[in-house]
Write a protein that binds this ligand. Structure first.
Ligand SMILES: CCCCCCC/C=C/C(=O)SCCNC(=O)CCNC(=O)[C@H](O)C(C)(C)COP(=O)(O)OP(=O)(O)OC[C@H]1O[C@@H](n2cnc3c(N)ncnc32)[C@H](O)[C@@H]1OP(=O)(O)O
Length: 409
């Protein structure tokens, strides 16, 4: 069969088509605004040429995205009949194109140029963290869009359950800075794939600088402090759309959001003591206020994983939705919120959050100090070693990595 010739299974191809759908949800595609459409025909032609010069194969997922965006940009919405059941490759390509819905030709052209540009820049400059195309930032670990007054920051490492790498910490801060200044009324953070976020990327702790572990702990604490500060100071309504399980720092930060909407499939887990760590994201202050100190102890100290219903009952989550209708219902709701007068929302946030800010700054500093100390502890080293050993126990090469004395465990 055609798919066998390509060396990929039909199942893999279908998954990839869904991946494209996840990147470009039909509801948002249908409503791309003129403001977002910046790429010219000339840039589009140049991107086509650059595509042919790529040294590395970007993989089937990306190739499907490129194919779909190219068709949409040149022919508009999918207008050909769906290929028959036995034409597996044709069907998956059709599904990718069709998943772009009514996205305009200009919108597709811009996304196409952005995607190609990010591939080119990642080849020519592996260290570059973000590039700008037509005045919009492009990120390695995020997908950021502004449509219908909503800036959406989508954590985009689904293969790692959206774990937050160092690059992602920096990109989230940059995206928040951009969102604070842009024309949008509200800002949404959500995840691509089945997870919202699996928390701090544990590999962040394997990159020891030549100065040693102490320097790494110090730098990490500084990064975290700055990261959390971006949430404390964010001026517009910040909404979490929790599309699946959330772990660690992605849970604690929820206390700094203005509303948290979750699928009923989501869970909320902060296994800090299991990892030899301590709470962050101002949760040591906000969680007891939200849920009472006894419940907060269960969550932050005793590793209790909350269901979406429990998190909602405890006040961490604003509202939960059935998974089957979550995406439909939530974006409908948010589009309504984003039509409200922007400055009314900004002032409402300032007035309700302002009096707490000094306290939050102080809590953030203290939490980071404690963590800096915890990261140097035997408890934490053992926990990280355990994570890698259990994860990689079947892989000899990776087990070797764990045992490599240059790595911090
Ligand atoms: C530098 C600044 C530092 C600031 C730190 C701030 C303090 C933060 C604290 C925290 O966030 S603590 C929480 C840390 N997170 C975790 O402990 C979660 C670890 N992951 C898991 O337990 C499981 O992966 C999962 C999330 C429950 C999912 O399990 P599942 O069986 O469904 O999938 P997997 O096969 O395990 O995962 C797929 C793939 O993703 C990788 N991955 C998942 N989570 C992480 C992570 N947090 N860090 C790094 N990598 C992660 C996992 O290794 C798999 O990768 P491959 O093996 O396929 O390459």
């Amino acid at each position: 069969m055609a798919t066998a010739l390509l060396g990929i299974s039909r199942w893999q191809l279908l998954r990839k088509a869904r991946f494209v759908q996840a990147l470009y949800p039909p509801r948002l595609q249908a409503h791309t605004t003129g403001a977002a459409m910046g790429a010219t025909q000339e840039q589009f032609e140049k991107a086509k040429e650059q595509l042919g010069l790529l040294k590395n194969d970007p993989g089937n997922e990306v190739k499907l995205q490129i194919y779909a965006l190219f068709k949409q940009a040149t022919q508009g919405p999918c207008n050909v009949p769906k290929p028959g059941m036995l034409d597996f490759v044709g069907k998956v390509k059709w599904e990718a194109w069709n998943s772009l819905g009514n996205l305009s030709k200009e919108g597709a052209r811009e996304k196409y140029v952005g995607l190609v540009s990010s591939l080119v820049s990642s080849e020519s400059s592996p260290q570059a963290e973000a590039v700008s195309v037509a005045g919009k930032q492009l990120y390695k670990t995020l997908q950021v869009t502004t449509e219908e007054n909503i800036t959406t920051i989508r954590l985009n490492r689904p293969e790692k359950k959206n774990a937050i790498s160092i690059v992602m910490y920096n990109e989230i801060m940059q995206a928040l800075e951009e969102a604070a200044k842009d024309e949008s009324t509200i800002t949404v953070i959500t995840g691509t794939g089945d997870y919202y976020c699996s928390g701090n990327d544990i590999n962040n702790f394997t990159m020891i600088p030549p100065e040693g572990i102490e320097k790494m702990a110090k730098d990490s604490a500084q990064l975290l402090k700055n990261f959390v500060l971006h949430f404390i100071d964010f001026p517009k309504p910040l909404i979490a759309v929790v599309n699946g399980p959330a772990v660690g720092v992605s849970v604690t930060l929820l206390g700094l959001f203005d509303a948290v909407y979750a699928t009923d499939r989501a869970t909320f887990h902060t296994p800090f003591s299991q990892l030899g760590q301590s709470p962050e994201g101002c949760s040591s202050y906000i969680f007891p206020k939200l849920m009472g100190s006894a419940k907060a102890t269960e969550v932050l100290s005793f590793n209790k994983k909350l269901t979406a219903r429990e998190a909602c009952d405890l006040g961490l989550v604003t509202e939960i939705f059935p998974d089957a209708s979550f995406q439909k219902e939530i974006w409908l709701r948010l589009r309504g919120c984003a039509k409200l007068p922007k400055m009314s929302l900004v002032y409402a946030k300032q007035l309700s959050r302002g009096p707490e800010k000094e306290k939050l700054y102080a809590v953030n500093i203290q939490e980071c100090e404690r963590l800096e100390e915890r990261w140097l502890s035997e408890d934490c080293r053992n926990a990280i070693a355990k994570f890698f050993t259990s994860l990689y126990s079947t892989s000899h090469s990776r087990l070797f990595l764990v045992l490599d004395p240059k790595i911090w465990i």
